[in-house]
Design a protein around this ligand. Sequence first.
Ligand code: HGY
Ligand code: MN
Ligand code: MN
Ligand code: MN
Length: 402
Amino acid sequence: MWRDLLPIGRHPASRGYRRFAWTGVDLECRAWFKEQAEARGLDYEVDRNGNQWAWLGDPAAGDAVVTGSHLDSVPDGGAFDGPLGVVSSFAALDELRGRGADFTKPLAIVNFGDEEGARFGLACVGSRLTGGQLTVEGAHKLTDGEGVSLPGPWRPPADDPDTIGADPERLARIGAFVELHVEQGRALDLSGDRVGIASAIWPHGRWRFDFRGEANHAGTTRLVDRRDPTLSYAETVLAARREAELAGAVATFGKISVEPNGVNAIPSLVRGWLDSRAEDQASLDRVVGGIEKAARAYAAAHGIDLDVVRESFTPVVEFDHALRDELARILGQEREPELKVPVLGTGAGHDAGILSGSIPTAMLFVRNPTGVSHSPAEFAAEDDCVAGVIALADVLEGLACT
Ligand code: HGY
Ligand code: MN
Ligand code: MN
Ligand code: MN
């Protein structure tokens, strides 16, 4: 199963994955998901928001236990972020069938579309649409680098882009969603555990900083006559590091666009995208506020106009305590006030985080000895992945079987 998925969308030179929403590569991943579902005799469907579902039992019975994750990636992403959760879900079902488990609730495996937001700029589009955090209008406004708008490249089942949107009936039938994910950090490596349980997702967001200056000739324009936006952009990147360090948070300018982007032309516009995350809202506000204040001072000093736009934001997610405790109990850990089972906060966003506002959700993490993610260097050892499958099977059995 894993070997069939592995080569899809892997770049031969970087060995990173380029699985962007609604591209041919994404459609190959989706075809793989459908094959896995049908090979197991599961009822396959695509919902109004393009998410894929594989059902065992009748969803109308309600109180379904759902597991899964996403198959798309960031540019040159790793092999595990997303796919490990989907593959482990199918493998956990195989394990439960091998145990002769008797399902008393419907079970579903899901592939949430466009979790990374690498093409259209917003993360968790499939789960945000389903949970109502993204409106139809909002989805129509999302365009990629070529100006293609979101619903364009994908035809929802009803072939009417306006069928997309909140799906409360579907969510009302779900009793719990458990997402298994490779850890994006080294907490489990440091604690010596193979599997851990998520406690919370840090509040995080994306802001776009537009620095507007004046295009001019790189060779004939004196330095004193320039209004070069790259200077205030560069100073802002350094300020972001300082502000994040002060607050024990993280801040990343990972994406930039320069216009007109010519070697011998002083730019007229530099756009920088900030991704910032912190353990609590007050720290995040302090970091982003400090970065914006510094950016405005730098821009003013160079005669640059600055616009700052918050493109997306996800508040802190505290996973459902009762479900989290149930996972800890099922995984054979004594329930203690601090839940001795390795419980990890994370700065990474997930579909389970988006849906936690609508249904009880929980996450399992599998050890990643490199701690690296969103990179080809992301890794999880086979025996840790197997431990993740067994833990997920135990959890699904505890939640969905007699
Ligand atoms: O950006 C994130 O945290 C997630 O991987 N989409
Ligand atoms: Mn990711
Ligand atoms: Mn992910
Ligand atoms: Mn996710």
